[in-house]
Structures are given as structure tokens and as C-alpha cells.
Design a protein around this ligand. Sequence first.
Ligand code: ZN
Length: 161
Amino acid sequence: MADMFSPKQRSEIMSKVKGRENKATELRLIRVFREFGIRGWRRRAKVFGKPDFIFPAARLAVFVDGCFWHGCPIHGSLPISNRTFWVRKLSRNKLRDRVVRRKLKSLGWSVLRIWQHELHEPAKVAHRVSKLLFRYSAMLKGRKERSRTNRGHYTQLGLRK
Ligand SMILES: [Zn+2]
């Protein structure tokens, strides 16, 4: 079936759809956070790559990816019309996702990308988020304990008074 819109028009239409979808998925994730008592998040902070949510204390960036826009392996099918256009556009999106992930990691962030379709299983999503948050707080705790034992050790050796 031929598209009645030019690629440019189609792109404008779709970007409006995308905006709406994004907002809906973000709100859905907020509901998941609330339901599972996940705290400490902020929305749309000014961080590289514009994560949908960040947990500043844990330095965790969360993206909720639309299945279509980010080429989900299950639902990322390409439209029939203007195929070349979409192939290019969607592969650009995927490339950008990779660049963002790499850059954020180099800045010391953990990056979690959640597929739109995963929101159908809120418990799983909550588990993935809290696992990362927990890992972080465990790491902090470990660090504190280590430094405590080190101090004890030094005192024993009489290296520090
Ligand atoms: Zn999907």
C-alpha cells in the first residue's frame, strides 16, 4: 500500500505519535515506581542523551524505549511504504542509543533501557530497576565497611594514631 503522505509529512505525523507514546510510557513507568515503592527518581533531568528518568544518588539512567522507534526485536517491524526512509531513520535511532549508552557509561552512569512492551509486566520492570539500585547501595555499604576495616588494620599496625 502506498503512503498518501510524503516521507517528510509522514515523519512529522509519526513524531507527534512518538511524543504521545513517550509520554504514556513514562507515566506508566511512574505508576510502576509508585506501586513498588521505588524512590529517588527524577524525570527529564539535563543529563547527556536525555534519559527519561534518572536516579541521581545511584547514578542510574533509565530510558523507556518505544518498540517501533528503537527497533525492539519482537515488535520492531518496518512499515511497508517508504521503506528506505524508515530503515535509515530507525537505524539512526539505534545507533544513537548505542552512542548514548557508551557515553553515559564513560561518565560513570549505569544505563537501563526498558522496552515499552515490558511495561505489561510491571513486577519484572520493578525488579530490574531495584536490582540496579540495590547493587549500588550494596557497593556503597561494602566501601564503607572496607574503609572501616582498613582503619582498624592500620591502627593495629600502629600506622595511624
Ligand atoms: Zn516490543
